[in-house]
Design a protein around this ligand. Structure first.
Ligand SMILES: Cc1cc2nc3c(=O)[nH]c(=O)nc-3n(C[C@H](O)[C@H](O)[C@H](O)COP(=O)(O)O)c2cc1C
Length: 158
């Protein structure tokens, strides 16, 4: 099991990646071990090795994942997707309220991770096009929780 933070993103035009890079930089500044990963490079089985993950994902098309993350999403929805009892996670979704399927990918991902046994570290937060303030709010809420989990994990391995 990984004792570090995985920061996953899925993006089409770079917004989610920019925010994920910001989150990664803050995590490194906190002194944490953290990895920045595009969901296009991830298989659901990889999540089985993770204990702590942040997801920053946008929604495209008609409530679809960004193109690069479609394979990941498709595999995660299969019956063969792994159980994820060790995983704690938080999601920030990026979307646009003018679309009827607002933040649909973030919602589907959130629900699927929970149905596979993962636990929410914090409830999903959904951002509209002006995502900067929402990102700041998400970071301020989620990072202290991540810090607590990492501290707890470090005390158990001492
Ligand atoms: C063609 C198109 C389709 C979109 N579809 C949705 C959608 O179904 N639901 C939603 O909430 N946002 C939708 N959006 C808004 C994007 O999710 C939003 O612009 C987001 O900030 C893009 O982030 P990214 O650059 O990380 O991909 C769409 C945007 C475009 C241009």
């Amino acid at each position: 099991m990984q004792n570090s933070l995985a920061i996953y993103y899925a993006t089409m035009t770079g917004n989610a990646e920019t925010l994920a890079r910001r989150a990664h930089e803050r995590a490194l500044n906190e002194g944490w071990s953290a990895r920045l990963i595009n969901l296009s490079e991830v298989k659901p089985a990889d999540l089985g090795a993770e204990t702590l993950a942040l997801f920053i994902v946008s929604t495209w098309g008609d409530g679809e994942p960004p193109a690069d993350a479609c394979d990941f999403h498709y595999d995660l929805e299969k019956d063969s997707a792994p159980a994820l009892p060790a995983l704690r996670f938080a999601i920030l979704g990026l979307g646009d309220k003018d679309y009827s399927d607002f933040n649909a990918f973030a919602r589907k991902l959130d629900e699927r991770l929970v149905s596979l046994g993962a636990q929410r570290l914090h409830e999903r937060i959904e951002a509209d096009l002006d995502f900067d303030d929402t990102y700041a709010e998400w970071e301020n809420r989620v990072f202290p929780l991540v810090g607590d989990v990492l501290k707890e994990a470090a005390s158990l391995t001492r």
